[in-house]
Design a protein around this ligand. Structure first.
Ligand code: REL
Length: 843
């Protein structure tokens, strides 16, 4: 990297300010390294082992950037012109002395949760001219301070997990002054490694001999570099504390708060019950054995940091039996808390706990089940990234507060999605913004599958959790660009950012596991367009690959090129199968050629996965072992299966190949992207807000604040959007509204909007009529599979020509993506017709 400011191009999130690390000396800046000499590092031996360990990472990181390794001492404070002093307030005598001497300003730091400050201090003590002090309010505060410096120096948090090379510098300076990011807004911010077979399990077994501490230390380090603090470990045949006793010890030493998943109470992995459990997993019939089992978990936990799961589901994450009732469940929690109190020797409320309202457990809550106030209520999404429930505004605050359990990966209905990233950041932003605004700030945890290839959404989730106020709806693209810059430098950051955003957007139209030849419409040319879009992305990704230095290529393949290759190929495969079927209907001459092409694309898919597994000298072997072709129901196929193609028998008289169809751009319908409104009418505090790039085709529109009361009687000057449209005839029309699959998170009557044309009375439409987020509920399954809620209303036009379509706000959090007004003749398609009007505004 050639820029003068190291961090400006490297910092993960520097939109609001330049980096404090530069490669050029500035007035009163601190010299971390120059002319082959690095400032010595010091941390007190009495500090947390996790701080001392992270200080060693800083030592290694400085070497990564400058090829110079600074000394690191922990016994006597270093002397010299310039030194780096690292320590935790209350644990490092040296830091405490600096505070007493009023050399270090710890206002807003001391006594807080996970706060760090980095300050250049003149004459901190005799014999030292200037120090860079990295101080933390607590263990993780100091560790985050260390890793923040590393990140600003240009070391990506993903340097190991995605092989991101570190740009080298001749010198490193830290600008004068005080640098801090304050307290995180969300207390526990973490990931859940889940559904980890075959990919992560196979990889970890080959590289580390199992899902053990040799692997986990890399994960702990990554989480801390991303300023996360919380982990639910892998549990598919894996049991974190039982498999390797070093796992929990090292997690605690590193500074990771451990948990177990929503259905694994009192720190006991599900697989431990399979290994050691006696009798049924049933509290009614087997309470003593279960209590003993759980007691063992709590004893093993000791004083290590944990958020303890309470409650109970059926064995293996199944619903409890019909007969289970709320009284029994409340008793289970009460008994679990007795065990917690007994084993910790402290009142139960002094141990952080959470109760997850996952699937049917939420029904228990809705029917009145309660847990003590200090237990965090972990609210959940529907496993498809749509939040099911949020606290009611104005409810009495709970001591344990609320959390969210979110998914980037899932095993279950209507279909597993475990392969590649299908989670566009704008929607994650919108849903987690909603959660935050409704007061969910105790726990944010996300199911990330095998961890790879979810690098970008993981970074975003944890960065956003740190401070949701810092990333606005219209800054999500800038975040992605900045992330791309962190991994690959400034030069191609805009292009790479856009490619990353687009590929997740396209994949979210329909998860790859749900794709088949019938997904998109052949007749309208939709299939051809979708494939062309993927192929354009791939061409852009390939072009950048050619321009990148060889050292960047592994990281680039893992993060950018592989998903592009794989998804473009997969879509082309199904498209080719669709063409083959169509050709076979009329014995077209190209039928067999298309069948052969489809087979070649299927073979290429396996090649692409193989290439991933071989990247970086085989470092990620097995990470791309996940099957993804040939699903017939929710569960994955054992092996990828070639979709059926038709070949014409020899001797068939071939028919000519007809021209490729395309959708007519005009007709007796109008299709408008929601963000292309003519006019937005705001009222009071309620304003219309664009959500750029959210949705299947363009961006979306919603109203803010998301906590504002409903507009019960829309009309007149109440908040609405106007779209000027022109239609050739008078008479009946259907208005189709394409809406993001937001759920009825208020658990009220359902979210509503209203729609009218010209001076009609607005018709109120409920998004959630007949929809509950349950497997087997058809409207919900359709909405998540198609990633859209499509609602229609009937209207009558009094005259041909120009009209004003009005989309009225009723409830908050309704996210509109697209409107289609149809007078008849609209051909069916998956995404709806492409835009053919702009609502009267020039595009
Ligand atoms: O995605 C989920 O939340 C659940 O399906 C998992 O937590 C579940 O426990 C599964 O991995 C196996 O038990």
């Amino acid at each position: 990297m050639t820029g003068l400011t190291v961090g400006a191009s490297q910092a993960a999130w520097a939109i609001d300010g330049a980096s404090y690390v530069t490669s050029k000396k500035q007035k009163a800046s601190f010299t971390l390294e120059a002319a082959g000499k690095a400032a010595p590092l010091y941390a007190s031996a009495s500090d947390w082992p996790g701080v001392l360990r992270a200080a060693k990472d800083l030592q290694a990181d400085i070497n990564r950037v400058t090829s110079v390794t600074p000394t690191l001492t922990t016994d006597k404070a270093p002397t010299g012109k310039e030194v780096v002093l690292i320590g935790t307030i209350g644990k490092s005598p040296l830091i405490d002395q600096l505070v007493r001497d009023k050399k270090l300003d710890v206002s807003g730091v001391a006594g807080k949760w996970e706060v760090f400050v980095e300050q250049v201090v003149e004459k901190p003590m005799p014999g030292v001219d200037r120090a860079l002090v990295i101080a933390g309010s607590d263990k993780r505060g100091t560790i985050y301070g260390i890793y923040d410096l590393s990140k600003e120096m240009g070391v990506s948090p993903w340097y190991w997990w995605a092989d991101v090379p570190t740009p080298t510098q001749k010198a490193l300076y830290v600008s004068a002054g005080r640098h801090t990011q304050g307290e995180p807004k969300v207390k526990y911010r973490g990931i859940f490694i889940n559904d980890e077979a075959p990919a992560l399990s196979g990889w970890s077994k080959e590289k580390f001999g199992g899902v053990n501490s040799k692997m986990y230390v890399h994960m702990f380090e990554l989480i801390l570099r991303l300023k996360g603090n919380y982990l639910w470990p892998a549990m598919w045949g894996n049991a974190f504390s039982d498999d390797d006793p070093q796992n929990p010890v090292l997690a605690d030493e590193y500074g990771i708060v451990m948990g177990t998943s929503h259905h694994e109470p009192l720190t006991r992995a599900h697989d431990e019950w399979r290994r050691y459990g006696k009798g049924p997993w049933n509290y009614q019939t087997n309470p003593e054995v279960l209590q003993e089992f759980w007691r063992g978990g709590m004893k093993r936990m000791g004083i290590r940091e944990n958020v303890v799961t309470v409650g109970m589901r059926g064995d293996g994450d199944e619903p409890m039996s019909e007969g289970s009732n709320i009284a029994l469940l409340e008793k289970i929690v009460a008994d679990q808390r007795k065990i917690i109190a007994e084993t910790t020797g402290k009142p139960a409320e002094q141990t952080p706990q959470m109760w997850a309202l996952y699937k049917e457990v939420q029904d228990y809550y809705d029917k009145g089940m309660r847990v003590p106030d200090d237990v965090t209520l972990l609210l959940c999404d529907d496993n498809w990234g749509n939040i099911r429930k949020l606290p009611k505004l104005g409810d009495k605050p709970r001591k344990g507060g609320y959390g969210i359990y979110y998914h980037f990966d899932y095993v279950g209905g209507p279909r597993n999605y475990k392969w590649l990233n299908t989670n566009p950041l704008p929607r994650i932003w919108e849903q987690m913004h909603l959660a935050y605004e409704y007061g969910v700030n105790q726990i944010w945890i996300v199911n990330v599958g095998d961890l790879k290839p979810m690098e970008l959404p993981i970074s975003f989730f944890l960065d956003y959790a740190w401070n949701p106020d810092k990333i606005k709806a219209d800054q999500v693209a800038a975040y992605t660009r900045q992330w791309a810059a962190q991994q690959f430098g400034e030069k191609h950051a805009t292009e790479i950012g856009d490619i990353l955003a687009k590929y997740a957007k396209y994949n979210a139209r329909r998860k790859p596991e749900l794709l088949d030849a019938n997904t998109y419409s052949l007749a309208t040319g939709e299939w051809a367009t979708v494939v062309a879009e993927y192929n354009q992305l791939l061409a852009r990704a390939e072009a950048i690959n050619q321009k990148l230095p060889a050292a960047d290529r592994d990281a680039y393949f893992e993060l950018v090129l592989h998903p592009m290759l794989a998804c473009a190929n997969l879509n082309e495969l199904y498209y080719t199968v669709a063409l083959n079927w169509e050709a076979a209907k009329t014995n077209q001459a190209n039928t067999n050629e298309l069948a052969a092409k489809a087979k070649a694309l299927f073979a290429k898919d396996a090649e692409i996965s193989k290439r991933y597994n071989a990247i970086a000298g085989g470092k990620w072997n097995h990470m791309m072992d996940q099957t993804h072709i040939g699903y017939t129901y929710w569960q994955q196929p054992e092996v990828d299966k070639m979709p059926q193609v038709v070949t014409l028998p020899a001797g068939t008289t071939p028919a000519p190949v007809p021209p490729t169809p395309s959708q007519p751009a005009t007709g007796s319908f109008v299709s408008i992207e929601a963000e292309h409104y003519t006019q937005a009418i705001n009222a009071g505090s309620v304003t219309w807000q664009r959500l750029p790039d959210l949705g299947r085709t363009a961006g979306a529109v919603t109203t803010f604040p998301v906590t504002a009361a409903p507009t019960e009687t829309p009309g007149g000057t109440s908040p609405h959007l106007e779209y000027r449209i022109t239609l050739p005839q008078a008479g009946p029309v259907t208005v189709q509204a394409y809406l993001a699959p937001t759920l009825n998170f208020t658990n009220g009557q359902g979210l509503r909007y209203a729609v009218s044309i010209d001076d009609e009375t607005p018709q109120i439409i409920n998004l959630h009529t007949g929809m509950t987020a349950d497997n087997g509920n058809r409207p919900w399954e359709k909405a998540v599979a198609e990633n859209i809620i499509l609602k229609t209303s009937q209207h009558t036009l009094s005259k041909p020509g120009e009209h004003v379509l009005k989309f009225w706000r009723v409830d908050p959090a309704v996210v509109l993506e697209k409107l289609v007004v149809d007078q008849g003749g609209l051909k069916p398609s998956y995404l709806g017709p492409p835009e053919n009007a702009t609502g009267g505004k020039s595009k």
